[in-house]
Design a protein around this ligand. Structure first.
Ligand code: IVH
Length: 668
């Protein structure tokens, strides 16, 4: 119970902090999506634990903290907020609730864009704008009439006929994205305030003591509702009422449509989810409202929301947060990767607290400092990436991030590839970080999998000096494993038995396990198709490797380089004594056959093991074309003893050439 109360308290504290940044400082530190997510968590916790609900909980209030510089303005009707749906399921739940409340009759819905701006209320007395206020806490807002007078798209006097004596229009004040960009540019050159998004710029512009500043900011307005509509009761739908506002000169966004089909609503949502990036103002979802005023009245409100409307929100993909630290990680191959850690954020409901900064270049490009604000996006909706930095000049603790000169793990001097901006620790297995990661990789799922041998155990085995290289695992005894805490008799027996099972492997998995730089699973597969034994791979030539389909010059060089280091060859040979391969000859045959398909081949010289016609027939059977003359379009020259001029022509034209011995590898 105590821990639930703690959880509730923590959530409340967080939410209040975010509200403070948002409302008081116009400087949100989390996205709406994260705020909504936390609030919904608090809601459900409080719902299950009603004894912990307090009157000051954020769930018991409608809105914000007011700022002190404007006069208070009491709303005639509370300005509520909207309930949210984040997916189709959530939306359909809303429809089901409505259906129940109206006894399953067909309901028409009015769909609109959800403008990401500042909610305001405008009071017109006999057609003249007399008061404008912000929403504030939903009951009391700020009187911003003087500033609203300067917004060109809000009429001071309504036009047309049959205007009610008193009319309250509700809607959003917002700033165009293009205006926001140029405002920030101007502010940057004048060393003035930077706004993190158009909504904040609009809020900042609206809450100016000096209305000349507001006037210069080109704010816009769209109406989406009304409070008083006295004398207009005969207009019986929300849509018709909005059209009436339009007639009187009040701007209403034209993307509205009426439907009773949830599929059409979902299509509208999908359409604007894509289109929103090409519209010059921010929208953060769509709003769906029961169109009939009579039904709206029947359905009613709860304490915070009308029950007849819902916001179907787009998932937010970019969020601003504060950078706390940068750690320098040493990868399996010694590459140093800076990783940024920030205040946790939620994107599409997923908690994120770090993002890779890739390389030294990225830090230099961003001129990154601790306590800067960073804008994070989930690329392809998966991998978090910092896309922009907002310098935090006001923070005295701001510290420039400096790329280390020495390995943070083993302390050896780091080497930098100037061209690729890659910084590397070259200590290999002498560096604990690389050792741990290499060993973990060697025994990972698609390598020589040892079930139950995670990074923690590996790290402990290294610390106890029981293993230093993959080969050491095959010599481990039960008693060695039992020296590690939390490993008893049962677990050590199990690990020893899985180590034994890992001895049965495939060539592909073994090649992958070696962790040769740039040889992932796909390349390992190709190598295992091309070579029938590890021995053949160890002795492969650079040309041979380069000619494997899908292996370029760089990867070929990395493979060749790996096997030219004697320490690596010794390790592989020792390992080969401990393991057994399940051979997959059909795969190799398939590869060999594939290699010749469509290739234009020329033969020259005398062959010892085959007659010329034998070779010709086999190659033709494998799909090759045998030609007599060398030309630019020749793919391969096969040369035997006493070769003739074709050999020199092919060499000049840089055509791939193999001799009889190499040909045998393909044919046998
Ligand atoms: S209807 C009871 N329609 O979204 C509130 N609101 O998150 C009825 N908003 O406070 C509001 N576009 O300021 C409505 N087309 C739209 C809207 C819209 C933006 C804002 C509004 C509201 C907030 C709720």
């Amino acid at each position: 119970m105590e821990s639930i109360k703690n959880k509730i308290d923590q959530l409340r504290k967080k939410i209040l902090k975010y509200e403070y940044f948002y409302h008081k400082l116009d400087q949100p530190i989390v996205s709406d999506a994260e705020y909504d997510y936390l609030l919904s968590q608090l809601y459900s916790l409080e719902l299950k634990n009603k004894q912990f609900i307090t009157s000051d909980s954020p769930t018991q209030r409608i809105g914000s903290n007011l700022i002190d510089k404007f006069k208070k303005s009491v709303h005639f009707f509370p300005m509520l907020s909207l309930d949210n749906a984040f997916n189709l399921k959530g939306y359909l739940e809303f429809e089901t609730r409505i259906k129940k409340l109206v006894s399953n009759s067909v309901v028409n819905y009015c769909c609109e864009l959800k403008i990401d701006g500042i909610a305001v209320s405008l009071i017109y007395e006999r057609g003249i704008l007399t008061r404008a206020s912000t929403r504030g806490d939903g009951y009391v807002g700020e009187n911003i009439t003087k500033n609203v007078y300067t917004i060109k798209s809000i009429p001071l006097i309504l036009k047309g006929s049959k205007i009610p004596d008193r009319l309250e229009v509700r809607g959003e004040v917002f700033m165009l994205k293009s205006d926001f960009k140029s405002l920030n540019q101007t502010n940057k050159s004048n060393k003035e305030k930077f706004f993190s998004n158009p909504r904040n710029a609009a809020a900042g512009s609206l809450r100016q003591i000096d209305s000349k500043v507001t006037a210069a900011r080109n704010l816009m307005f769209f109406a989406h509702g009304y409070g008083f509509f006295k004398g207009m009761e005969f207009i019986k739908t929300h849509y018709d009422r909005l059209m009436k506002l339009l007639e009187w000169g009040i701007p209403v966004n034209k993307n509205i449509f009426i439907t009773s089909s949830y599929l059409e609503i979902f299509n509208f949502y999908k359409k604007f989810e894509k289109k929103r990036f090409f519209i010059d103002f921010d929208i953060d979802g769509i709003v769906i409202k029961v169109n009939s005023i009579e039904l709206q009245k029947k359905i009613g409100f709860n304490a915070k929301h009308p029950r007849w409307a819902i916001a179907f929100k787009f998932s937010s993909k970019e969020i601003i947060t504060r950078l706390n630290k940068v750690k320098f990680q040493v990868g399996r191959t010694g590459i140093i990767t800076p990783v940024a850690y920030f205040d946790p954020i939620y994107i599409s409901g997923v908690k994120i607290r770090k993002a890779s900064l890739y390389n030294k270049n990225e830090i230099e490009k961003f001129q990154l400092c601790i306590n800067d604000f960073v804008i994070v996006r989930r690329c392809g909706d998966v991998i978090p990436k910092i896309i922009r930095i907002i310098k935090n000049k006001s923070d005295n603790n701001s510290k420039k991030i400096i790329f280390p000169l020495f390995c943070p793990i083993c302390g050896s001097k780091l080497l930098e590839d100037e061209k690729e901006k890659i910084v590397r620790c070259n200590s290999g297995l002498l560096c604990t970080a690389q050792k741990e990661k290499s060993l973990h990789h060697f025994f990972s799922k698609n390598a020589l999998f040892i079930n139950g041998l995670g990074p923690k155990i590996i790290s402990k085995l290294i610390k106890k000096n029981l293993v230093n290289s993959p080969i050491d695992f095959f010599y481990l005894k039960k008693d060695d494993l039992k020296k590690i805490d939390k490993i008893g008799d049962k677990k050590s027996t199990k690990i020893i038995s899985t180590i034994d099972q890992s001895r049965n492997t495939s060539l592909r998995n073994f090649i992958y396990a070696l962790g040769i730089f740039s040889v992932g699973e796909r390349i390992a597969e190709k190598l295992s198709e091309r070579y029938e034994s590890m021995d053949a791979l160890i002795h492969s030539t650079l040309i041979e490797l380069e000619n494997i389909d899908g292996i370029g010059k760089i990867i070929a060089f990395n493979i060749f380089n790996y096997f030219s280091i004697s320490k690596n060859r010794v390790l592989v040979i020792k390992l080969l004594k401990e393991i057994r391969f399940s051979v997959n000859r059909t795969k190799q045959k398939k590869y060999k056959k594939k290699f010749f398909i469509g290739k234009k081949i020329v033969l020259t010289g005398k062959f010892v093991s085959f007659s010329r016609s034998e070779i010709k027939n086999i190659l033709i059977e494998f799909g090759a074309k045998i030609l007599n003359k060398v030309s630019k379009s020749t793919d391969l020259l096969i040369y035997g003893e006493n070769f003739g001029s074709k050999f020199f022509q092919a060499r000049q034209l840089k055509i791939h050439m193999i001799n009889e011995e190499e040909l045998k590898i393909f044919l046998i």
